[in-house]
Ligand binder design. Structure first.
Ligand code: SF4
Ligand code: FES
Length: 248
């Protein structure tokens, strides 16, 4: 396949940045999207040019680091996959592909296609944990009965990989699907009840401090989420937040 790539190039956080065109030839349809970018980078390096900076780690859809906006879609055209799981067979010979970083005030660009998603880390640190008694009286988790429906929903919420596609897809740059998933995975389980009130208040407050936008129920986040995290998690977070405000 021969392709034209239009890629966002930005030297550093202060640089204005711009789209730059690249021609790339003889790309196999069986290559992953990131392998195609690897080929481009090898060509750029051999010509003495700066390679395109992009985030990646596991390349298996697990770590959530490969955050690219491809032809106007977070993680590209296919549903329920991350950028690293996208293959070139999803494109046609002769295509022009636009590649940009995830855009949000809370995700400032560091370089080229890499954004700073430490705002997500700070939301997690504000409450995305449980305290466990490890003083010698620890109760075996398997001895605590959990309703099957709740266990399944908690597990589904816990599959969020923190990629940020929900934020990038949302016209308001809202992080409510991410925060909803992180609140829900504990709110549904007995182990998560001890800090439940503080958790939702602290995580939502941190989300606001990081300047993520509000949810206006467009549902773009759910459509673009590679893990199929449901909007039900936002509704649950809102219920938890209301209840916590009444209690506190
Ligand atoms: S909710 Fe989905 S899109 Fe958002 S961070 Fe989690 S896995 Fe990524
Ligand atoms: S590189 Fe880990 S999810 Fe894509």
């Amino acid at each position: 396949m021969n392709l034209t790539l239009k890629i966002w190039r930005q030297k550093n956080a202060d640089d204005k940045g711009k789209m730059v065109d690249y021609k790339i030839n003889d790309i196999s349809p069986d290559m992953s999207f990131l392998e195609m970018l690897d080929v481009l980078n090898e060509e750029l390096i051999s010509k003495g040019e700066s390679p395109v900076a992009f985030d990646h780690d596991c390349r298996e859809g697990i770590c959530g680091s490969c955050s690219l906006f491809i032809n106007g879609r977070a993680h590209g055209p296919d549903r329920y996959i991350t950028t690293c799981q996208l293959h070139m067979r999803s494109f046609k010979d002769g295509d022009t592909i636009n590649i940009e970083p995830f855009r949000a005030t809370a995700f400032p660009v560091i370089k080229d296609l890499i954004v700073d998603r430490s705002s997500f880390d700070r939301v997690q640190q504000a409450g995305g944990f449980i305290s466990v008694n490890t003083s010698g009286n620890t109760i075996d988790a398997n001895t605590i009965p959990v309703n099957k429906h709740d266990a399944d929903d908690a597990f589904s919420a816990a599959t969020c990989i923190g990629c940020g596609a929900c934020v990038a897809a949302c016209k308001n740059a809202s992080a409510m699907l991410f925060v909803g998933a992180k609140v829900s995975q504990f709110a549904l389980l007995p182990q998560g009840q001890v800090e439940a009130t503080d958790r939702v208040l602290n995580m939502v407050n941190q989300m606001d401090e990081e300047k993520f936008g509000n949810c206006t129920n467009t549902g773009a986040c759910e459509v673009e989420c590679p893990k199929g995290i449901s909007l039900e998690n936002i509704a649950r977070m809102n219920r938890e937040y209301l209840a916590a405000n009444v209690k506190s």
